[in-house]
Design a protein around this ligand. Structure first.
Ligand code: CP
Ligand code: NVA
Length: 312
């Protein structure tokens, strides 16, 4: 009979709200287990005997370390693959690479500046493929962001989040999550760096309350969280032009003062303090950026369990 397709995690729009809640529930469960028992870090080994292939064609601190540590804490093993060291770098096709790796590995993560490479890998892989960031989207980041928001502020449904700055890959995944989970999203970007029209159209067609403006003050007014990201993403060119266009969108104390009382400041990191956010806001009590970073570990453990259909 036909094989069931692997549970890929490429974009949030491919998932249902129930899928996202399922991943986050597994994440909360493993986080609680870990908090209860520092040693051993994880009492169960639900991924014993499984191996994750971590293919990072671009730099990474959080994604790489959190997947490696998370997989090991769940009892699994990790093979770190630098695409430049593989035959891929000498022209072996992604299709063949995917079919070979599927015979060795149980789940793959790919970070690449070529979004089409991720799609091609997933098309041919017989094991789940996880998007570890492309210039188009960064869905694993938004799992950690929702987890962090809810730990601090309770259910995200009906809340208002503001995105200020570049309408980039992280913004696209946030737009998709807004429609899936039902939070309001206000994005302020310059006209030259607007969010993906396709992501906006998809979100609105799926009931998302997502609006755009060029005015950061309008977006932030009354928001429960203010989110930004670097002005120069991996693969971006024209750094000087970008800084010039984006400097009116810096998140500073004056802007944060317009948000709801107790509003959170969030950032996926790495940050460039003095550019997209002031050092003052970054280090303020409103800032939950290191909780966000920690939750990359827990949320991706939930995701690995979901992809491999294992309970914590
Ligand atoms: N936020 C994030 O994905 O960080 P890394 O680039 O360090 O993986
Ligand atoms: N938007 C950034 C996020 C880095 C985690 C980039 O793509 O470089």
């Amino acid at each position: 009979g036909a094989k069931t397709p692997p549970r890929h995690f490429l974009d949030l729009k491919d998932l249902t709200k129930a899928d996202v809640r399922d991943i986050l529930a597994r994440a909360a469960h493993v986080k609680k287990l870990q908090e209860g028992r520092r040693k051993p870090l994880h009492p169960n080994t639900p991924l014993a005997g499984r191996t994750l292939g971590l293919m990072m064609a671009q730099p990474s601190t959080r994604t790489r370390v959190s997947f490696e540590v998370g997989m090991k804490q769940l009892g699994g093993a990790v093979s770190v693959l630098a695409p430049g060291d593989m035959q891929l770098g000498r022209g072996e096709s992604i299709a063949d690479t995917a079919r070979v790796l599927s015979r060795f590995l149980d789940v793959l993560v790919l970070r690449t500046v070529k979004d089409e490479d991720l799609r091609e890998l997933a098309r041919w892989s017989e094991v789940p493929v996880i998007n570890g960031l492309t210039p188009v989207s960064h869905p694993i980041q938004i799992l950690a962001d929702v987890m962090t928001f809810e730990e601090h502020r309770g259910p995200i449904e009906g809340k208002t989040l503001a995105w200020v700055g570049d309408g980039n890959n992280v913004a696209t995944s946030l737009i998709e999550m807004a429609a899936l989970l039902g939070f309001k999203l206000r994005l302020a970007t310059p006209a030259s760096h607007e969010p993906s029209p396709a992501a906006l159209a998809w979100a609105r067609a799926h009931g998302g309350d997502v609006t755009t403006t060029h005015d950061p003050r309008e977006a932030v007014k009354g928001a429960d969280a203010v989110i930004t990201d670097t002005w120069v993403s991996m693969g971006d060119e024209n750094r000087d032009e970008r800084i010039k266009a984006l400097s009116p969108y810096q998140v500073n104390s004056d802007l944060m003062a317009l948000a709801a009382p107790g509003a959170l400041f969030m950032h996926c990191l790495p940050a460039h303090a003095g550019e997209e956010v002031t050092q003052e806001v970054f280090d303020s009590p409103a800032s939950v950026v290191f909780d966000e970073a920690e939750n990359r570990l827990h949320s991706q453990k939930g995701l690995l369990l979901w992809c491999l259909e294992q309970q914590p």
